[in-house]
Ligand binder design. Structure first.
Ligand SMILES: *[C@@H]1O[C@H](CO)[C@@H](O)[C@H](O)[C@H]1NC(C)=O
Length: 265
């Protein structure tokens, strides 16, 4: 009996410990989180699960900011003013609580991707065409001036790039959207980053738009038109016939009314 009870207690402790560890991680967010250019300002916000005594922010592996907390705040804010190339990095935050000595876990890393407008935006093209039927394979090609690095495909409304390709050889990346569905409709753009400075990005290319018609939709406008024309014709026919009978009947009654009057005169 004793071993079973011990195992149960140990199991409960492990679960509680893993839960506590999971709960105690801070999280870091960037504001704005994308579209940051060199010279812009960015706010880093560390969200704390517990009131902390001290909060640190690491840039890559090195301590960048440190703040002693005085109040029971659940967020610590840090500012990067006039972002430079060397600020384009991964960031993590960490906090300490006086009552709990030891190091608590760091937040998940967040990437500060900075746009350098001195890079020329890549070119972009879409084939076969902007309006396609469902099930078509669509390719989007992006190219830069033969520079090595990684080309990213972005879709408006998505915070992260949806695909990327390393291109050490050649200067064109080909992204294929297999068997597209209406959910693939949208606006696409490309950017590239060089190998050496991974978080420095080119500006986004001009956009291409893709519209995927739902199945059978391409015949709808004609179908609607035919139905409308047939309905219109039928209505005109009914109206015409009705008018004909009314006129015919009224002229009959007029003639009938006039005849006795003529006879009476
Ligand atoms: C789309 O690509 C897939 C995978 O390469 C291929 O099997 C399929 O036949 C292609 N469909 C069309 C319509 O080209």
């Amino acid at each position: 009996m004793a071993p079973v009870a011990l195992a149960l207690i140990l199991g409960w402790c492990l679960v509680a410990a893993s839960r506590a560890q999971h709960l105690s991680r801070p999280s870091l967010s960037l504001h704005p989180s994308q579209g940051v250019s060199l010279g812009d300002s960015v706010t880093l916000r560390c969200h704390l699960p517990l009131p902390a005594a001290r909060v640190c922010v690491y840039q890559h592996k090195y301590l960048r900011f440190l703040k002693n907390m005085h109040k029971e705040e659940d967020t610590a804010e840090f500012s990067l003013v006039e972002v430079r190339q060397e600020d384009a990095m991964k960031y993590q935050c960490q906090y300490r609580v006086l009552a709990l000595p030891g190091t608590l876990e760091k937040s998940d890393p967040v990437e500060l991707v900075v746009t350098d407008s001195s890079y020329s935006p890549p070119g972009i093209s879409l084939s076969p065409e902007e309006h396609v039927e469902m099930g078509t394979n669509v390719t989007i090609q992006c190219w830069n001036q033969g520079l090595h690095g990684t080309i990213f495909l972005h879709k408006d409304g998505h915070s992260a790039p949806i695909q990327h390709q390393d291109h050490s050889a050649g200067s064109t990346a080909t992204f294929t959207l297999f068997r597209v569905t209406p959910a693939d409709s949208g606006t696409y753009r490309c950017s590239y980053r060089f190998g050496g400075s991974y978080f420095l990005s080119s500006p986004l290319a001009d956009n291409v738009r893709l519209e995927v018609a739902p199945p059978g939709a391409e015949r709808m406008p004609c179908g609607n038109l035919v139905v409308a024309v047939v309905r219109g014709c039928a209505a005109a026919l009914v109206f015409g016939l009705g008018l004909y009978f009314i006129l015919d009947a009224s002229s009959f009654w007029i003639r009938r009314d006039e005849s006795p009057a003529g006879e009476g005169a």
